[in-house]
Design a protein around this ligand. Structure first.
Ligand SMILES: *Cc1c(COP(=O)(O)O)cnc(C)c1O
Length: 224
Protein backbone atom coordinates (compact mmCIF):
# COMPACT_ATOMS: atom_id res chain seq x y z
CA UNK A 1 0.00 0.00 0.00
CA UNK A 2 2.69 2.47 1.02
CA UNK A 3 4.87 1.45 -1.96
CA UNK A 4 1.98 2.27 -4.32
CA UNK A 5 1.37 5.61 -2.62
CA UNK A 6 5.09 6.42 -2.94
CA UNK A 7 5.07 5.46 -6.64
CA UNK A 8 2.04 7.68 -7.28
CA UNK A 9 3.73 10.57 -5.49
CA UNK A 10 6.91 10.05 -7.54
CA UNK A 11 4.93 9.95 -10.80
CA UNK A 12 3.16 13.17 -9.83
CA UNK A 13 6.40 14.96 -8.99
CA UNK A 14 7.94 13.76 -12.26
CA UNK A 15 4.94 15.23 -14.11
CA UNK A 16 5.29 18.54 -12.25
CA UNK A 17 2.06 17.91 -10.37
CA UNK A 18 1.14 17.89 -6.71
CA UNK A 19 0.59 14.38 -5.39
CA UNK A 20 -2.60 15.54 -3.67
CA UNK A 21 -4.16 15.89 -7.15
CA UNK A 22 -4.11 12.11 -7.65
CA UNK A 23 -6.69 10.02 -5.79
CA UNK A 24 -5.95 6.34 -5.27
CA UNK A 25 -8.83 3.91 -5.79
CA UNK A 26 -8.02 0.47 -4.40
CA UNK A 27 -9.52 -2.05 -6.83
CA UNK A 28 -10.50 -4.86 -4.49
CA UNK A 29 -12.45 -7.23 -6.77
CA UNK A 30 -11.75 -10.90 -5.91
CA UNK A 31 -10.06 -9.98 -2.60
CA UNK A 32 -11.50 -10.85 0.78
CA UNK A 33 -13.09 -8.46 3.25
CA UNK A 34 -10.04 -9.09 5.44
CA UNK A 35 -7.73 -7.71 2.75
CA UNK A 36 -9.87 -4.58 2.45
CA UNK A 37 -9.95 -4.14 6.21
CA UNK A 38 -6.16 -4.29 6.29
CA UNK A 39 -5.89 -1.63 3.55
CA UNK A 40 -8.43 0.48 5.45
CA UNK A 41 -6.33 0.27 8.57
CA UNK A 42 -3.40 1.53 6.46
CA UNK A 43 -5.50 4.61 5.66
CA UNK A 44 -7.26 3.62 2.41
CA UNK A 45 -10.89 4.82 2.20
CA UNK A 46 -11.90 4.44 -1.47
CA UNK A 47 -12.45 0.94 -2.85
CA UNK A 48 -13.64 -0.15 -6.30
CA UNK A 49 -15.53 -3.32 -7.20
CA UNK A 50 -16.60 -4.92 -10.50
CA UNK A 51 -18.87 -7.82 -9.54
CA UNK A 52 -22.15 -6.94 -7.88
CA UNK A 53 -22.84 -9.97 -5.71
CA UNK A 54 -19.31 -9.99 -4.38
CA UNK A 55 -19.43 -6.25 -3.73
CA UNK A 56 -22.67 -6.47 -1.76
CA UNK A 57 -21.26 -9.25 0.40
CA UNK A 58 -18.18 -7.14 1.20
CA UNK A 59 -20.29 -4.09 2.00
CA UNK A 60 -22.23 -6.16 4.50
CA UNK A 61 -19.06 -7.57 6.06
CA UNK A 62 -17.44 -4.11 6.31
CA UNK A 63 -20.45 -2.07 7.38
CA UNK A 64 -18.52 -0.77 10.40
CA UNK A 65 -15.99 1.03 8.16
CA UNK A 66 -16.47 4.44 6.48
CA UNK A 67 -15.66 3.19 2.97
CA UNK A 68 -16.48 5.14 -0.18
CA UNK A 69 -17.56 2.48 -2.73
CA UNK A 70 -16.95 2.86 -6.48
CA UNK A 71 -18.45 0.58 -9.15
CA UNK A 72 -16.16 0.02 -12.15
CA UNK A 73 -17.61 -3.11 -13.79
CA UNK A 74 -19.81 -3.53 -16.85
CA UNK A 75 -23.42 -2.46 -16.25
CA UNK A 76 -26.33 -4.58 -17.38
CA UNK A 77 -29.71 -2.93 -16.96
CA UNK A 78 -30.66 -5.34 -14.19
CA UNK A 79 -27.75 -4.06 -12.06
CA UNK A 80 -28.61 -0.38 -12.05
CA UNK A 81 -30.77 -0.53 -8.92
CA UNK A 82 -28.05 -2.18 -6.85
CA UNK A 83 -25.56 0.44 -8.05
CA UNK A 84 -27.95 3.31 -7.31
CA UNK A 85 -28.69 1.94 -3.84
CA UNK A 86 -25.18 1.06 -2.69
CA UNK A 87 -22.42 3.04 -4.41
CA UNK A 88 -21.12 6.62 -4.21
CA UNK A 89 -19.51 6.53 -7.64
CA UNK A 90 -19.89 4.62 -10.89
CA UNK A 91 -17.14 4.86 -13.53
CA UNK A 92 -18.54 2.64 -16.28
CA UNK A 93 -21.59 4.44 -17.68
CA UNK A 94 -21.49 3.94 -21.45
CA UNK A 95 -25.06 4.37 -22.61
CA UNK A 96 -27.91 6.74 -21.92
CA UNK A 97 -30.46 4.09 -20.98
CA UNK A 98 -28.28 2.94 -18.10
CA UNK A 99 -27.70 6.52 -16.94
CA UNK A 100 -31.44 7.26 -17.01
CA UNK A 101 -32.18 4.19 -14.91
CA UNK A 102 -29.46 5.10 -12.39
CA UNK A 103 -30.92 8.59 -12.05
CA UNK A 104 -34.49 7.31 -11.65
CA UNK A 105 -33.43 4.67 -9.13
CA UNK A 106 -31.09 6.79 -6.97
CA UNK A 107 -32.77 6.93 -3.55
CA UNK A 108 -33.88 10.42 -2.53
CA UNK A 109 -32.09 10.26 0.83
CA UNK A 110 -28.69 9.79 -0.84
CA UNK A 111 -26.58 12.50 -2.49
CA UNK A 112 -26.32 12.46 -6.30
CA UNK A 113 -24.52 9.43 -7.71
CA UNK A 114 -21.07 10.54 -8.94
CA UNK A 115 -20.57 9.39 -12.52
CA UNK A 116 -17.83 8.96 -15.09
CA UNK A 117 -18.62 8.13 -18.70
CA UNK A 118 -16.47 5.24 -19.89
CA UNK A 119 -14.88 5.85 -23.29
CA UNK A 120 -13.55 3.04 -25.49
CA UNK A 121 -10.52 5.18 -26.23
CA UNK A 122 -8.53 2.50 -28.06
CA UNK A 123 -11.61 1.49 -30.11
CA UNK A 124 -11.31 -2.18 -29.21
CA UNK A 125 -14.22 -4.30 -30.38
CA UNK A 126 -14.19 -6.32 -27.16
CA UNK A 127 -14.18 -3.38 -24.74
CA UNK A 128 -16.98 -1.56 -23.00
CA UNK A 129 -17.23 2.18 -23.36
CA UNK A 130 -18.85 4.66 -25.70
CA UNK A 131 -17.00 5.35 -28.97
CA UNK A 132 -14.92 8.55 -28.71
CA UNK A 133 -16.99 10.29 -31.40
CA UNK A 134 -20.21 9.56 -29.49
CA UNK A 135 -18.88 10.60 -26.09
CA UNK A 136 -19.92 14.26 -26.50
CA UNK A 137 -23.56 13.48 -27.00
CA UNK A 138 -23.67 10.98 -24.14
CA UNK A 139 -21.84 13.27 -21.71
CA UNK A 140 -24.18 16.19 -22.39
CA UNK A 141 -27.23 13.97 -21.92
CA UNK A 142 -25.91 12.43 -18.69
CA UNK A 143 -25.06 15.88 -17.32
CA UNK A 144 -28.76 16.80 -17.51
CA UNK A 145 -30.02 13.90 -15.37
CA UNK A 146 -31.22 15.12 -11.98
CA UNK A 147 -29.86 12.50 -9.57
CA UNK A 148 -26.46 12.04 -11.20
CA UNK A 149 -23.44 14.29 -11.01
CA UNK A 150 -21.25 13.87 -14.08
CA UNK A 151 -17.66 14.14 -12.83
CA UNK A 152 -15.56 13.03 -15.78
CA UNK A 153 -14.34 10.32 -18.10
CA UNK A 154 -12.92 6.84 -17.54
CA UNK A 155 -10.96 4.59 -19.90
CA UNK A 156 -9.15 1.25 -19.96
CA UNK A 157 -6.80 1.55 -22.96
CA UNK A 158 -5.30 -1.41 -24.80
CA UNK A 159 -2.28 -2.58 -22.80
CA UNK A 160 1.25 -1.71 -23.86
CA UNK A 161 4.60 -1.97 -22.03
CA UNK A 162 6.06 1.19 -23.55
CA UNK A 163 5.36 4.38 -21.68
CA UNK A 164 5.21 6.47 -24.87
CA UNK A 165 2.52 4.20 -26.33
CA UNK A 166 0.70 4.12 -22.98
CA UNK A 167 0.51 7.90 -22.87
CA UNK A 168 -1.23 8.35 -26.24
CA UNK A 169 -4.73 7.10 -25.31
CA UNK A 170 -4.55 8.89 -21.95
CA UNK A 171 -3.72 12.13 -23.79
CA UNK A 172 -6.71 11.50 -26.07
CA UNK A 173 -9.02 11.06 -23.09
CA UNK A 174 -7.74 14.27 -21.54
CA UNK A 175 -8.31 16.13 -24.82
CA UNK A 176 -11.87 14.83 -24.94
CA UNK A 177 -12.45 16.02 -21.37
CA UNK A 178 -11.00 19.46 -22.19
CA UNK A 179 -13.28 19.75 -25.24
CA UNK A 180 -16.33 18.91 -23.14
CA UNK A 181 -15.35 21.56 -20.63
CA UNK A 182 -14.96 24.11 -23.44
CA UNK A 183 -18.52 23.19 -24.41
CA UNK A 184 -19.71 24.17 -20.95
CA UNK A 185 -19.52 20.98 -18.90
CA UNK A 186 -17.52 21.01 -15.67
CA UNK A 187 -15.65 17.74 -15.56
CA UNK A 188 -12.95 17.53 -12.89
CA UNK A 189 -12.13 13.80 -13.11
CA UNK A 190 -9.97 11.69 -15.39
CA UNK A 191 -10.28 8.11 -14.08
CA UNK A 192 -7.36 6.44 -15.83
CA UNK A 193 -4.32 4.36 -14.98
CA UNK A 194 -4.04 0.83 -13.53
CA UNK A 195 -1.17 -1.13 -11.98
CA UNK A 196 0.81 -1.40 -15.22
CA UNK A 197 0.29 2.11 -16.60
CA UNK A 198 -0.51 4.59 -13.82
CA UNK A 199 2.77 6.49 -14.29
CA UNK A 200 1.80 7.26 -17.90
CA UNK A 201 -1.73 8.15 -16.85
CA UNK A 202 -0.50 10.56 -14.17
CA UNK A 203 1.84 12.16 -16.72
CA UNK A 204 -1.26 12.85 -18.85
CA UNK A 205 -3.36 14.31 -16.07
CA UNK A 206 -5.08 11.39 -14.34
CA UNK A 207 -6.60 12.40 -11.05
CA UNK A 208 -8.08 9.02 -10.13
CA UNK A 209 -5.99 5.91 -10.62
CA UNK A 210 -7.61 2.48 -10.21
CA UNK A 211 -5.06 0.06 -8.81
CA UNK A 212 -5.61 -3.54 -7.79
CA UNK A 213 -2.71 -5.91 -8.41
CA UNK A 214 0.00 -3.54 -7.21
CA UNK A 215 -1.78 -3.23 -3.85
CA UNK A 216 -3.30 -6.66 -3.24
CA UNK A 217 -1.24 -8.98 -5.45
CA UNK A 218 -2.36 -11.13 -8.39
CA UNK A 219 -6.05 -11.98 -8.68
CA UNK A 220 -7.20 -15.59 -8.66
CA UNK A 221 -10.45 -15.75 -10.61
CA UNK A 222 -10.56 -19.53 -10.26
CA UNK A 223 -11.70 -19.27 -6.65
CA UNK A 224 -14.63 -16.97 -7.42
C1 LIG B 1 -9.50 -4.75 -12.41
C2 LIG B 1 -9.58 -3.33 -12.87
C3 LIG B 1 -8.60 -2.38 -12.52
C4 LIG B 1 -7.35 -2.72 -11.70
O1 LIG B 1 -6.43 -3.40 -12.49
P1 LIG B 1 -4.96 -3.78 -11.91
O2 LIG B 1 -4.20 -4.10 -13.14
O3 LIG B 1 -5.12 -4.92 -11.00
O4 LIG B 1 -4.42 -2.58 -11.21
C5 LIG B 1 -8.78 -1.08 -12.92
N1 LIG B 1 -9.85 -0.70 -13.66
C6 LIG B 1 -10.80 -1.57 -14.04
C7 LIG B 1 -11.95 -1.09 -14.85
C8 LIG B 1 -10.69 -2.91 -13.67
O5 LIG B 1 -11.65 -3.77 -14.06
Amino acid sequence: MQAVRDAIAAAAVQAGRDESEVILLAVSKTFTPGALREAYQAGQRRFAESYMQEALEKMAALRDLAIEWHYIGPIQSNKTRAIADNFSWVHSVDRLKVAERLSEQRPAHLPALQVCVQVNISMEASKSGVAPDEADELAHAVAKLPNLKLRGLMAVPAPSDKIVAQRLPFAQLRKLRDQLNQQGLQLDTLSMGMSHDFTAAIAEGANMVRIGTAIFGARNYGEQ
